[in-house]
Design a protein around this ligand. Structure first.
Ligand code: PLP
Length: 386
């Protein structure tokens, strides 16, 4: 399906709402029925239509149709946060005694899900270096039910071979799930490689304006229905119609925002790579990566997130550099219009900081929609002061 058709037309039944171009926010909790028989029908299978907005809602439906189509998936569920779009499907797939093989260093709350939360239900996780497909296959045992991927992840940008891993999983009868927030469906299509479930934090690029927390998962109709009927309805982490509307508005400009963020990031990376005070710039298309060819094969482009290290990576130097920046905001999240910076050391107590540990000295940058020269000048002046 054409991306322009998906973003501008798909799912929008304008004749049902006065031919308005922008869809209405159907701000209702419930829907009425004219006969007991129609009510009985609706209650017997909530997946088929509108009954109560913890399940489905017309504004939410427009968004679900677009997000499923963007992923090349049969259906989508949307959630009140990205981490709910990870946690709820994982809970739906697993039983007590099952095991998970997960790539190293996924999103922080995904680590907590596998390390702290799932063990309460007797579910064990093994973390492996996903850049070696053999390591994933070796970690599989008879209890393994799910392989969880994040390619690339959003601090060290490790990449996994989605097609090869999906094949191994199918051979063993194991589900595969990926967090595709970094690429979005515009730059990577995991379902086309055989991955079963694709999650994204819609807080990031999809909504794109740093004003919504939301998530999405896509997959086959049967898997999505299975997630919807139990864990989705029971945990109740659904999205509000208002937030669905904001994401629909954000989606209209997704291709141009992504293009701007990505091409400006390329220019900023070029600047940093040639600066004497910079040691390493880390991103999926870095020619030094063992997985660079794979990344170029399965991803159309890199997004606007990358990390770098200073040549002199003392705590004082990192802090001085970040404190000097005028136009990069120091804040969590990414995918909005504004450029951001997170030094990894902000998440580590001063006593634990070790300048020899690569993960402690990383400085993560998100490039928003500003002009490249504006951002480069800011980085330059901060680098001059250290
Ligand atoms: C932000 C993020 C999440 C979590 O999404 P929320 O919307 O914050 O709940 C999950 N994965 C990745 C890669 C993220 O960046």
């Amino acid at each position: 399906m054409d991306i322009s058709y998906i973003l501008n037309e798909l799912g929008e039944e304008r004749e049902n709402y006065f031919n308005a171009i922008a869809p209405p926010i159907i701000q209702t909790s419930n829907f009425k029925f004219d006969t007991v028989e129609a009510f009985r029908q609706a209650l017997s299978d909530e997946y088929q239509g509108n009954l109560y907005s913890r399940g489905f809602n017309p504004t939410i439906d427009i968004l679900r149709k677009k997000l499923a189509a963007l992923d090349g998936a049969e259906d989508a569920l949307v959630f009140g946060s990205g981490i709910a779009a990870v946690t709820i499907p994982v809970l739906a797939l697993l039983q007590n005694g099952d095991e998970v093989v997960c790539v190293e260093n996924p999103y922080s709350w995904t680590i907590k899900l596998f390390n702290d939360f799932l063990p309460k239900f007797g579910i064990k996780t093994t973390f492996v270096d996903g850049s070696h497909t053999e390591a994933i296959e070796q970690a599989i045992n008879s209890q393994t039910k799910l392989i969880y991927l994040e390619s690339p992840n959003t601090f060290s940008f490790d990449v996994q071979d989605l097609e090869a891993i999906a094949k191994i999983a199918k051979k063993h009868g194991i589900y595969t799930m990926i967090d595709n927030s970094y690429c979005t469906p515009l730059y990577q299509q995991p379902i086309s490689y055989g991955i079963d479930l694709v999650a994204q934090s819609a807080t990031k690029y999809l909504s794109g304006h740093s004003d919504v927390v939301a998530g999405v998962v896509t997959g086959t109709k049967s898997l999505i229905k299975q997630i919807f009927e139990k864990e989705y309805m029971n945990i109740g982490a659904s999205m509000s119609p208002q937030n669905a509307w904001l994401i629909l508005r954000g989606l209209r400009t997704l291709p141009i925002r992504l293009e701007q963020s990505s091409s400006t990031a390329e220019k900023v990376i070029h600047f940093l790579n040639s600066h004497p005070k910079i040691d390493q710039v880390i991103h999926p298309f870095n020619p030094d990566n063992v997985t660079v060819e794979l990344a170029k094969k399965q991803m159309k482009k890199c997004g606007g997130l990358f990390s770098f290290t200073l040549k002199e990576s003392s705590l004082n130097q990192i802090e001085a550099f970040c404190n000097e920046l005028k136009h990069f905001s120091m804040a969590v999240s990414w995918g909005g219009y504004e450029s951001l910076i997170i030094p990894a050391c902000a998440g580590i107590s001063k006593a634990d900081f070790n300048s020899e540990n690569q993960r402690h000295i990383l400085i993560r940058v998100y490039i928003g929609l500003e002009d490249s020269e504006y951002l480069i000048k800011d980085l330059q002046q901060a680098l001059e002061k250290i």
